[in-house]
Design a protein around this ligand. Structure first.
Ligand code: AMP
Length: 356
């Protein structure tokens, strides 16, 4: 197993804030980052050496991009599996294409995880209104209809309080392939964030307690409370099975509900994740640095907490206008993503506060 020496070029598919923070970590370790994204520019442009503008469906352009870099990774998972297959023929893709295929499709993801013995919400595949009505008969209400693909931050989801809402819900998802999930009555949400190296070594960060508002992550807090702490071991055991089964390389995040019956898997992201942003100042090695280390075949850094307590708060929409007040408190670490236009629901930055 060989490592890619500093000076090599890391290709990143997607040019948002995750790419921006990966670019910083790559530069710190002496690598050059090269972004491929459909936009002309984006948050990652400030920290990455090169930017290729191209559509995610443009296999020829993506293949040329893959040929120009030494390893490929992604900060955005809605790239067509076939396109990634082409990429893997032209270069080293980490995490691998199989991991991406599973994680980008809610039905595949939940089927995979239940196959490993993990607990999930009851679910059913929905490809028609008749499927939805049958699934509601089996799963009951309340329930959530989610598009299998392209959903994030609560987008592509419709909540159903009664079976009479089926037709309206099916219309709202515009007939896309979906999954119906029973509503999980949870006490709290948490994530397992891990990194796996090319030699199979796995390191876990402490699990944050995550609070979502309107389907968007609002805060991640550590240490989490007693109930989450008690469920982390079971959740980690499942996460380890997932990464070993996929021969995964890089950072992986799994989101869980803490319930009276134990941890219930919700979804996973085959990449660095918003609930791991606190690791930049709050852990000995950040998720971004360890992701770069892993995909370049370098030894992994310690993941332990660097403070007694940590809280990360997302700055959504106009929250970012508070930057001066945030900086007036020296305990705060402000991260702004350089986005123009503080639209409601848009992630503009985050602030991390350490309790020493
Ligand atoms: P997701 O995009 O699947 O992560 O959903 C966004 C948020 O919606 C989650 O973090 C939960 O707060 C909530 N949610 C999603 N699925 C369920 C479910 N089956 N039961 C209860 N709440 C859910």
């Amino acid at each position: 197993m060989t490592s890619l020496p500093p000076g090599s070029t890391i290709g990143i598919i997607g040019g948002g804030q995750l790419g921006r923070m990966l670019g910083v970590a790559a530069a710190q370790l002496g690598y050059r980052a090269h972004v491929y994204a459909p936009e002309e520019s984006g948050p990652a442009a400030d920290t990455c050496a090169d930017w290729t503008q191209g559509a995610y469906e443009d296999a020829g352009r993506l293949a040329a991009f893959a040929d120009a870099v030494d390893v490929l990774t992604y900060e955005f998972e809605n790239v067509d599996g076939g396109t990634l297959e082409t990429l893997s023929q032209h270069g080293l893709v980490r995490p691998n294409v199989e991991a991406l295929r599973i994680a980008q499709d809610r039905l595949k993801e939940k089927t995979f995880v239940t196959g490993l013995g993990g607990a999930t919400a009851p679910f059913a595949a929905v490809d028609s209104l008749a499927d939805l009505e049958a699934a509601l008969g089996r799963i009951g209400t309340p329930a959530i209809l989610k598009t299998n693909r392209f959903g994030y931050d609560g987008k592509g989801q419709v909540r159903l309080r009664s079976a009479s809402e089926a037709a309206a819900a099916w219309e709202a998802v515009k007939g896309q392939p979906c999954i119906l999930e029973g509503f999980v009555s949870f006490d709290a949400e948490f994530s397992v964030i891990l990194v796996r190296g090319i030699d199979g070594e796995v390191r876990f960060w402490d699990s944050p307690h995550n609070v979502h508002v309107d389907g968007i992550l609002s805060t991640s807090t550590l240490p989490a409370g007693a109930q989450i702490m008690e469920q982390v071991e079971t959740a980690r055991a499942l996460a380890r099975q997932v990464v070993d089964a996929l021969d995964y390389v890089g950072v992986l995040t799994l989101e869980f509900f803490a319930t009276a019956q134990g941890p219930v898997f919700n979804e996973m992201a085959p990449r660095v994740h918003n609930s791991g942003h606190w690791t930049i100042e709050g852990a000995l090695t950040s998720q971004f640095e360890n992701h770069i280390r892993a995909i370049c075949g370098l030894p992994l850094g310690h993941t332990a907490l660097a403070a007694r307590g940590v809280q990360m708060r997302n700055l959504i929409g106009e929250d970012a206008h508070e930057w001066a007040a945030i900086l007036a408190d020296p305990a705060n670490h402000l991260h702004l993503y350089g986005k123009h236009g503080a639209r409601p629901g848009r992630k503009m930055g985050h602030v991390t506060r350490l309790e020493l």
